[in-house]
Design a protein around this ligand. Structure first.
Ligand code: GAL
Length: 341
């Protein structure tokens, strides 16, 4: 519901136009974007929203917004070169989806030396690194919130489904499919989801875990070997994102495991395919990672920085952070999220 209010407000705002305060001499701006991996499902869906919002903002303001998007393909040194390149191409602001969240220094120094603000997004650097210069920002979400919601969905499903406790021992045996090692969303989501399950009164026992780098095919491979190892003992699959939850489902299907014998599967993101899997019941739920809200806020922030405009519509916290809230998605609520696609 809250998301709909934000969404409708944004729509009304775009349709009605507004007196956005900007430097009046500005006729066009250039925003550079570099992605850690353009084939990541969540990132590509977020960028599709970003591009749509760019056209709408151009129409609203009459200012040409040129976008240059680059893919670092998992290499931090390529990304550093791309930022240099984007600066040379005359970008007014650069949005960086860091490859290695512990290595922002080269990019930060380039921004500062050339006086080009940097908006980091999705892959959160540590606070001290963001404090190194006053023109550094971060757009994303609070990872712990998604972990708590995933844990609540899983606990709820386990407690309310008579068949969930397959061996009837009163304990939830689970496996975890984790994103990248060292990524804030992997570490925090895993920790908070498990703690929440136990806080909800479910006794839980970890059978195993595997790192699958947010990737569906890798998750299928890892799930296949966990099925070989633990077989029918797995009662719950906690995946750090939807693509990996879908990889687990691919493994169950490939192994011809009877639908009634599937473990409970929960993801995070609410990607198009993730939502479909909740709708058709293959996943018991997911947690919506607000790609529209993050894309919209990132654009408004970049626009304000590039035009010396005001920050009135940017939901800045502590002058540096934008964090959009997550939302739970289950079979009861999935339709409202599907309508957003
Ligand atoms: C997470 C998202 C993952 C993946 C990752 C990349 O927030 O849930 O699916 O996109 O970011 O950094």
């Amino acid at each position: 519901m809250k998301k709909w209010i934000v969404f409708c407000a944004a729509a009304i705002f775009f349709l009605s136009g507004c007196d956005r305060e900007t430097d009046e001499t500005v006729k066009s701006i250039k925003i550079g974007v570099t992605l850690y991996d353009q084939y990541d499902t969540f990132i590509s869906e977020m960028m599709a929203s970003f591009t749509e919002y760019v056209s709408e903002l151009e129409e609203e303001t009459g200012i040409a917004i040129n976008i240059e998007v680059m893919d670092a393909s998992g290499s931090q040194s390529s990304q550093n070169d791309q930022v240099q390149n984007l600066i040379e191409k005359g970008c007014d602001v650069i949005c960086v989806n860091l490859v290695d969240r512990t290595e922002p220094t080269t990019i930060t120094d380039l921004g500062e030396k050339n006086n080009i603000p940097i908006v980091f997004f999705n892959r959160e650097l540590v606070e001290e690194d963001l404090e190194r210069w006053d023109q550094l920002y971060y757009v994303g979400a609070d990872a712990f919130e998604s972990g708590i919601m995933e844990g609540e969905i899983a606990a709820d499903a386990f407690l309310n489904d008579a068949n969930a406790d397959k061996n009837g021992d009163g304990i939830c045996q689970y496996v975890v499919l984790e994103g990248e090692a060292g990524h804030q969303d992997s570490i925090v989501r895993t920790e908070y989801s498990i703690n929440t399950i136990m806080e909800q009164g479910v006794q839980a026992e970890k059978l195993g875990y595997a790192i699958a780098n947010w990737n569906r095919a890798q998750a299928q491979t890892k799930m296949t070997s966990m099925l070989t190892q633990y077989g029918d003992a797995i009662e719950l699959v906690l995946a750090n994102n939807d693509d990996m939850a879908l990889g687990a489902i691919d493994a169950l299907k490939a192994e011809n495991i009877d639908r009634d014998d599937w473990p409970i599967i929960v993801g995070i993101d609410g990607t198009d395919v993730g939502l479909e899997a909740v709708q058709n019941g293959e996943m018991v739920g997911t947690v919506y990672n607000d790609k529209e809200g993050q894309a919209y806020q990132m654009l408004l922030l970049a626009y304000a920085l590039a035009t010396n405009g005001d920050f009135d519509d940017v939901q800045l916290q502590d002058g540096k952070y934008v964090r959009m809230p997550y939302e739970k998605v289950t079979a009861e609520t999935v339709e409202e999220f599907l309508e957003k696609e």
